[in-house]
Design a protein around this ligand. Structure first.
Ligand SMILES: NC(=O)c1ccc[n+]([C@@H]2O[C@H](COP(=O)([O-])OP(=O)(O)OC[C@H]3O[C@@H](n4cnc5c(N)ncnc54)[C@H](O)[C@@H]3O)[C@@H](O)[C@H]2O)c1
Length: 266
């Protein structure tokens, strides 16, 4: 069998909770392409136990880390390098959670302590992760850091609530840190703006099923499945995209370029 496009590459994959998770598919695809990695998720996610099944299938291990804790992140990065035997070539940030959305608070009635926690989990964790990688000099040259995002950062989707601002912040951190990481260490940073996807995080949004169907009709290619998102992530981890950085890349079947679709009028 020919070596996969990630042969010899090492990394960390955040955010695999269950088989629906986008990060779960990324882990499977990365493994199939010859990449080696450790899996991580918040300690509370260990309770579900599923991530250990994925680790077994991918012949790796899980190192718990709360992505809002710099101490946890530094420990994870240290342990990952020890286990993998060197610096990292790819990192996936696939983390999102809104306390106000989860608790059903409307956008005009937000609880600000929850909003700050949402920003910390869903966006500032990305900066904390990159700053930890940067200070620990943990990335190889031409390494790739990818985070998942959603088009509500640019357009209004009323039921997405404060996650819209979380994603705007996340994308901005990607651009700004992409500059510093590029100049200092030739590391690239990108965000992938994915279609609505049936996962735990996705289906927590009110009216998600209806919205999923709407986006599917609006997109000339239909909604992009999680498996294709995984393939896109793998391409960004690989050497085929070495000069792509500081981009927000739409992976959405064409949704972001549409104005009106006759499919929705019939
Ligand atoms: N599902 C969608 O429709 C969709 C669309 C576009 C972008 N995204 C983004 O994709 C990413 C992955 O989400 P998903 O849809 O696979 O759902 P998911 O629920 O499977 O994944 C979210 C992950 O975040 C983890 N997490 C939450 N708090 C954490 C913390 N403090 N520390 C570490 N991890 C923590 C969860 O345990 C979970 O594994 C998110 O950034 C999400 O916003 C999802």
């Amino acid at each position: 069998m020919p070596a996969g496009i990630l042969h010899g590459k090492k990394g960390i994959i955040f955010g695999a909770l269950d088989e629906q998770s986008i990060a779960w598919k990324v882990a499977e695809r990365t493994h199939a392409e010859g990449g080696q990695f450790v899996l991580t998720n918040a300690p509370v996610a260990m309770r579900f136990g599923k991530i250990h099944e994925l680790a077994t299938a991918c012949q790796t291990e899980v190192i718990p880390a709360d992505a809002t804790s710099v101490e946890d992140l530094e420990n994870l990065i240290r342990q990952a390098q020890e286990k993998l035997g060197g610096k990292l070539d790819f990192v996936l940030h696939s983390i999102g959670m809104s306390l106000n959305v989860r608790k059903g608070r409307s956008y005009t009635d937000l609880q600000y302590d929850w909003m700050q926690k949402t920003f910390d989990i869903s966006a500032i964790s990305f900066h904390k992760l990159m700053q930890s990688l940067y200070h620990m000099d943990a990335m190889n040259e031409w390494g790739s850091i990818v985070a998942l995002t959603y088009i509500a950062a640019q357009r209004v989707f009323p039921d997405y609530g404060e996650m819209a601002e979380s994603k705007a912040l996340l994308e901005s951190f990607g651009r700004s840190f992409g500059y510093h990481f590029g100049v200092a260490k030739k590391v690239r940073v990108n965000t992938i703006s994915q279609s609505p996807t049936m996962t735990t995080a996705g289906s927590g949004v009110k009216g998600f099923r209806e919205f999923y169907d709407y986006a599917d009709k609006m997109s000339p290619l239909g909604n992009a499945p999680a498996e294709d998102c995984a393939a896109y992530c793998v391409s960004l981890f690989s050497d085929f995209t070495r000069m792509v950085t500081m981009q927000n890349l739409y992976h959405d079947g064409g949704f972001s370029s549409m104005g009106m679709s006759p499919a929705l009028l019939s």
